[in-house]
Ligand binder design. Structure first.
Ligand code: CA
Length: 238
């Protein structure tokens, strides 16, 4: 993505803490983004509707509304990427925000590099969703791993990796969303359907098998990372 593309992207920041608002605004302006800010949930929802931003950064702890309600309201009419800014290290809450329809989260305090990476990933995903049918999605490629969706082939250093059907579905779900965290609940429902038991043992077992097949050292993965208490995130495709 070049600078010209970036400069056209508008980001709405919904955050009540003034110092964080000004820090994020300055950082993003310096990167060429156009930034709009709101200090309350009500104002944030209003601006989302009137200005149609490309990404929304949402603080979960706002004075007038519960962050989860904001996400739910947004999701009734827009698929704009929502990145939750959470001060709390509460994994349950982050997972809940993702399951309500947020795309990703970032925990305070965060680095500028981290923030920009999350925004880039979200923008990339939303543009892919709008102009690329899944069938024509370009292959996943990172380090030695390649996944070719059209012919269902996964290779590591050029050698074909044999995966079960479930393992393939699981790996490609993560790869198609590479760079983004996917919650256990989301993955379980996508792979095993809505009536699956919410015990995620079956997911862990399958993930362990995938890691044995694709990771040099499954304890220090290069491709699929565990977000403790939340889910998994696959390394972003090159
Ligand atoms: Ca706050």
């Amino acid at each position: 993505m070049n600078t010209n593309t970036l400069s056209r992207n508008t980001i709405l920041l919904i955050e009540d803490e003034e110092n964080i608002r000004s820090f994020i605004s300055t950082t993003l302006k310096n990167q060429g983004y156009k930034i709009i800010t709101a200090a309350t949930g009500t104002e944030g929802l209003h601006l989302s509707a009137s200005l149609c931003p490309d990404v929304i950064l949402l603080d979960l702890g706002l004075p007038d509304m519960d962050g989860m309600d904001i996400i739910r309201q947004l999701r009734t009419w827009t698929s704009v990427p929502v990145i939750v800014i959470s001060a709390r290290s509460n994994e349950h809450e982050k997972a809940k925000a993702l399951d309500c329809g947020a795309d990703d989260y970032i925990t305070k305090p965060f680095s500028t590099v981290e923030l920009l990476a999350r925004i880039r990933t979200s923008l990339r995903h939303s543009s892919q969703m709008s102009d690329q049918p899944a069938m024509h999605q370009k292959p996943y490629h990172h380090k030695a791993l390649t996944i070719n969706y059209s012919d269902h082939v996964v290779t590591l250093e050029g050698n074909i990796i044999h995966l079960t059907q479930i393992e393939y579905k699981l790996l490609t779900l993560l790869a198609r969303n590479s760079g983004k965290v996917l919650t256990y609940t989301f993955i379980m429902e996508k792979i095993w359907g809505p009536y699956v038991d919410n015990n995620n043992q079956i997911l862990r077992v399958n993930m362990a098998n995938i890691r044995r097949k694709i990771e040099k050292n499954p304890a220090a993965p290069e491709y699929v990372f565990t977000e403790i208490g939340i889910g998994y995130r696959m390394a972003e495709s090159d």
